[in-house]
Design a protein. Structure first.
Length: 177
């Protein structure tokens, strides 16, 4: 990736977005930053970004909506989804919608730049050998349902057949930053 690349950041955590922007600009990249998918769609960009970093859980629309929009806008754009709420369901959907890579927070600038460069999968990656636990399956089902309900806690609890407070407690226990 050449330093003349234009990178788009869509992240609603202002501190993280600002830190990432400064780090990328120090390395010579041009950066545009938005805090929501809606703000990004309304903006007029003088230069089409070649790369994008998109947070999965944005205020308003999901980051997956943003990935879909950006991929339709420019199918050659390298998009990395960055999330503190990783799940298999969202990783699969992000890749299907056009993301090149899916990283969990915390990920540094070097991790993001490496993800942009990585074009092919790695067939030599070994499965971790651990059996999937009931807790992991529950966590993935919760996140899959959260995604389907656009992160609406009440609707997610209803669809999972649990009390809203129970779901809120589970999310508080598993919260990843």
């Amino acid at each position: 990736m050449t330093p003349d690349a234009h990178i788009l950041i869509v992240e609603d955590d202002d501190d993280l977005a600002q830190t990432l922007q400064r780090s990328l600009e120090r390395r010579g990249f041009a950066v545009s930053r938005f805090s929501s998918a809606e703000e990004m769609r309304k903006a007029t960009m003088p230069v089409m970004p070649s790369h994008a970093v998109v947070d999965l859980k944005l205020t308003g629309d999901s980051g997956l909506t943003c990935v879909d929009y950006l991929h339709r806008l420019n199918p050659d754009m390298r998009i990395v989804v960055l999330t503190g709420f990783a799940s298999i369901a969202t990783a699969v959907e992000a890749i299907k919608l056009g993301a090149a890579h899916y990283l969990t927070k915390p990920s540094g600038t070097d991790d993001i730049l490496a993800a942009f460069e990585r074009g092919e999968g790695d067939a030599d990656i070994q499965p971790d050998g651990r059996p999937t636990t009931i807790k992991t399956l529950e966590w993935e089902k919760i996140h899959e349902t959260l995604l389907a309900t656009d992160f609406n806690i009440s609707e997610t609890a209803r669809r999972l057949g649990m009390h809203r407070r129970t779901l809120a407690r589970k999310l508080a226990k598993w919260q990843v930053r």
